[in-house]
Design a protein around this ligand. Structure first.
Ligand code: AMP
Ligand code: MG
Length: 334
């Protein structure tokens, strides 16, 4: 479809604890990427509390994004929103706001798969063309690559996500939230590798046994917390590296894209860097502002989907909290 003018998309991300609003143009310029994060008073994310935060902040974050982009609501050509996967109450809040905005402005709506959006913003931000992607975050752990019209899942977690594992461990250890950076910092002082369960089943991973064992080693009292953090990282990132490397060897892709909040970790980055080098591939790290959940990734994926004709009528705009990455058609790449 030939494009006659520059289109502007406003994207709303609300799958978990982040409410993000991004404004992106059809030529890939990111004009705004505003975020408000719900920080729980205690424990992990409470879905209803997160949704309440998003509802309270929605108007504010949208206004900030419009201001940043120096635009009025009337300048927006269509709305994109994350339709899944994620926490139901959070997703519904974003979807409701998106429907209301699209109906009020009389513009189209585009439902976006959150995992696809992580890959697409990664490609935009790093220039990767056809990467094998390792997407590691608070809620997801997926090794994926594009094959025959879709992003195929080569490996994924069978239980909790790696970020969830790190955050829960950190909470048990009395470390600050979020856990990933706290564990990373202490791990630098670790020197003894404590045996912990390394669980790779075929191409899939399991982190719940590793979490339980790491907490037990800590509570047993005869290990330094630095050594437990070090061991937890070595085992978890070793598992991720193994699956990623096997997928790379199988697909023969020339790039590895590391994305999601856990992708900020230097130990994981260096492991991925080594794997890429050994296979003659290049490692691409998504800048942190676009690697964690954000509105720009939804807006950009909205743009490329819209350009290939994707529209989401209000009647079918219900959220799908379990929407799998490998069920999404990706017409813009075929
Ligand atoms: P996301 O779900 O993509 O918003 O990312 C949040 C997750 O990234 C949380 O589980 C954090 O603990 C994790 N995270 C952030 N920074 C780091 C880091 N340096 N090392 C490991 N995990 C991290
Ligand atoms: Mg998140």
């Amino acid at each position: 479809m030939a494009e006659t003018s520059r289109l502007v998309c406003l994207g709303i991300e609300s799958t978990a604890d982040n409410l993000g609003v991004g404004i992106v143009t059809s030529d890939g310029a990111i004009l705004a990427n505003e975020i408000s994060t719900h920080v729980p008073m205690e424990g992990g994310i409470h879905p209803r509390e997160a949704a309440r935060h998003h509802a309270n902040q929605m108007g504010n974050v949208i206004s900030k994004a419009l201001q940043k982009a120096e635009m009025k609501a009337g300048d927006i050509n269509f709305i994109a929103f994350s339709q899944g996967p994620g926490l139901g109450p959070s997703l519904r809040t974003g979807a409701t706001a998106s429907r209301a905005l699209a109906a009020y402005l009389g513009i189209p709506l585009v439902g976006v798969n959150h995992c696809v959006a992580h890959i697409e913003i990664g490609r935009l931000a790093t220039g990767a063309e056809d990467p094998l992607t390792l997407y590691v975050s608070g809620g997801n752990t997926i090794v994926t690559g594009f094959e025959a019209g879709r992003y195929r899942i080569f490996g994924e977690t069978l239980d909790i996500a790696i970020g969830n594992c790190l955050d829960t461990f950190a909470r048990e250890a009395g470390l600050e939230y979020p856990g990933g950076p706290a564990v990373e910092k202490l791990a630098l002082e670790g020197e003894r590798l404590i045996p912990l369960p390394y669980v790779v089943k075929g191409m899939d991973l399991s982190f719940s046994g590793l979490l339980t064992a790491a907490v037990q080693e800590l509570k047993a009292g005869h290990n330094r917390v630095e050594d437990v953090c070090y061991s937890l990282q070595e085992v978890a990132y070793g598992m991720l590296g193994e699956v990623t490397e096997r997928a790379l060897a199988h697909t023969k892709k020339e790039e590895i894209l590391l994305t999601g909040g856990v992708g900020a970790n230097e130990r994981l980055r260096s492991a991925i860097g080594c794997i890429a080098e050994e296979h003659g591939a290049s490692a691409k790290f998504v800048p942190i502002g676009y690697a964690t959940d954000n509105g720009a990734m939804i807006a950009w994926t909205g743009v490329i989907a819209y350009r290939s004709g994707v529209r989401t009528p209000i009647e079918t705009s219900y959220i799908d909290s379990r929407w799998r990455l490998d069920t999404v058609e990706v017409p813009w790449r075929t």
